[in-house]
Write a protein that binds this ligand. Structure first.
Ligand code: UDX
Length: 487
């Protein structure tokens, strides 16, 4: 099948390359001249595991070629399917639809009358309601018949995008306009190499299928972070708690890792935009507001933990940050917690030296955040540091020689923002170490008596007089045998 993919960002380039890998003849269309030039030189504009191999292998076959958005007729006129994958977020918690509307205005008049238009970009519901009319008017103005229009939301995770495309858990189509269902049949055959269930829904259902999934994932993470706070206060270990919860098939264990919270282009934006839209419609959005607030708070908690461990203000202290990208496996810095954390540390008067394995992320971070110092290695970031923060759980950090790190630092102090390291191992290496919702090394994992006292002292709590003073001997408060401290 001949396919044109408009917009070669994380979504579009992965879609183009994977469809070409499945044997389709794909033209990737890009508006930014530098990005296009790079792709034509065989270089990727961003890091995505497995994607450069695909692009390098497929270009010589002629199944994947790149064209400029300046020549829309040339880019789409022979396509059976045209897929739009241009950006629709403004990067600041809002939608921007101008790029999408410009893209449709330039390509729709040139599409064949038997071709299908597929929107893979995430669209605001308000635009979905107007999409049929917008495309219809463009076709009418061009003197051509209406074409089928479908949504096909993507569920790809950066860092695993090629895998997620080739082996998806589900494929969702939303019908904007397809009276004869010819469009759905064509687009289904585009995906015939995938074995996932294909769901055909109304356009608004398909859009909410994507939104609902992201809101739920974000909610799980903020839930885990709030649970971690409780665990910390009561002396429980959130990882053990989640491991036990995960056996309940209704809950599952994924996306319940506590730490500095979610970043990236999708989750934070979608939570913020949904809360805003609900507010505009006078609908309650207390949960989504809370999910967002909890997520922001985690970044602040990270800074407070550092302050506590260095036992004083951070002014004049040198802090080494390990990791800048919003998660491992990508060089994406969009809404990365690292930037907010580094900015807060700089505002407190600390010297911040950061390292990330991705050179592109290092270059962008230093350009984005004046005052941030970039190191060329983890060792360099840690050398002479008064404290360190693990921000992104890249494998090179989790496998780091922490005893060596302790010797490089002025004072071996570390806050682990991803619960990625072993507290006992770090203590053994000489570190004062803290993470999220996990007891510190040597701390007996039983409810500390101060927690009991704090709660019992609260006017909100009424303790059965029979238990007064006896809390520490209740069976459930005893440490697990293997976790008891030696006498
Ligand atoms: C997300 C969705 O997963 C994907 O389906 C959608 O299409 C786009 O948005 P992505 O933003 O690439 O994908 O990353 P994801 O793996 O979802 O992680 C998002 C953020 O949550 C990262 O910052 C990650 O570190 C954080 N996270 C994830 C946690 O803090 N805890 C977890 O348990 C899981």
């Amino acid at each position: 099948m001949r396919v044109s993919v408009i917009g070669l960002g994380y979504v579009g380039l992965v879609t183009a390359a994977c469809l070409a890998e499945w044997g389709h003849r794909v033209t990737g269309v890009e508006a930014k001249p530098e990005r296009l030039a790079k792709l034509r030189r065989g270089q990727l504009p961003f890091h995505e595991p497995g994607l450069d191999d695909l692009v390098r292998r497929l270009r010589p076959t002629g199944r994947l070629r790149f064209a400029s958005a300046d020549k829309p007729a040339y880019a789409v006129r022979s396509a059976d399917v045209v897929i739009t994958a241009v950006g629709t977020h403004d990067g600041n918690g809002g939608w921007q639809t101008a790029t999408m509307l410009d893209c449709l205005t330039s390509i729709v008049p040139h599409m064949r009358s038997d071709a299908v238009l597929v929107c893979r970009s995430t669209l605001p519901p308000e635009l979905i309601a107007r999409l049929r009319g917008f495309v219809g008017a463009l076709r009418e103005k061009a003197g051509k018949p209406m074409i089928p229009v479908l949504l096909n939301p993507e569920f790809t995770r950066e860092g695993a995008a090629v895998h997620d495309f080739m082996d998806p858990e589900r494929i969702v189509f939303g019908i904007v306009h397809d009276p004869q269902e010819t469009g759905v049949e064509i687009v289904k055959s585009l995906y015939d190499r995938a074995s996932a269930p294909m769901l055909v829904q109304s356009a608004i259902d398909a859009a909410f299928a994507k939104l609902g999934a992201n809101l739920f994932l974000a909610t799980k993470i903020s839930f885990a972070n709030e649970l971690a706070q409780l665990c910390e206060a009561y002396g429980a270990n959130v990882q053990n708690v989640v491991a036990a919860m995960a056996y309940d098939g209704r809950i599952g264990g994924r996306f319940l890792s506590a730490g500095i919270g979610f970043g990236g282009s999708c989750l934070p934006n979608q939570v913020a935009m949904t809360a805003r839209a609900a507010q505009a419609m006078n609908l309650p959005a207390d949960l989504f507001d809370a999910v967002y607030q909890v997520n922001r708070r985690q970044r602040q908690i990270f800074v407070e933990k550092l302050e506590r461990l260095v036992e004083g203000p951070l002014r004049g202290k040198r802090v080494g940050l390990l990791g800048l990208t919003f998660k491992p496996g990508t060089d994406d810095l969009r809404d990365a917690p690292s930037l907010a954390i580094a900015a807060a540390l700089l505002a407190e008067g600390a010297t911040v030296v950061a390292y990330d394995p991705m050179p592109t992320a290092r270059a962008l971070a230093v350009a984005t955040l004046p005052g941030l110092i970039i190191a060329d290695s983890a060792e360099e970031a840690l050398t002479g540091a008064d404290a360190a923060g693990l921000v992104t759980e890249w494998p090179e950090f989790t496998a780091f020689d922490w005893a060596h790190a302790a010797r490089l630092m002025r004072t071996p102090v570390l806050v682990d923002g991803r619960n990625a390291l072993d507290p006992e191992q770090l203590a053994g290496a000489g570190f004062r170490y803290d993470s999220f919702g996990r007891p510190q090394a040597g701390q007996v994992t039983a409810m500390p008596l101060e927690a009991v006292d704090n709660v019992v002292a609260s006017p909100l709590f009424v303790l059965d007089p029979a238990l007064d003073g006896a809390a520490a001997s209740v069976d459930g408060m005893q440490p697990a045998p293997q976790e008891r401290q030696p006498a």
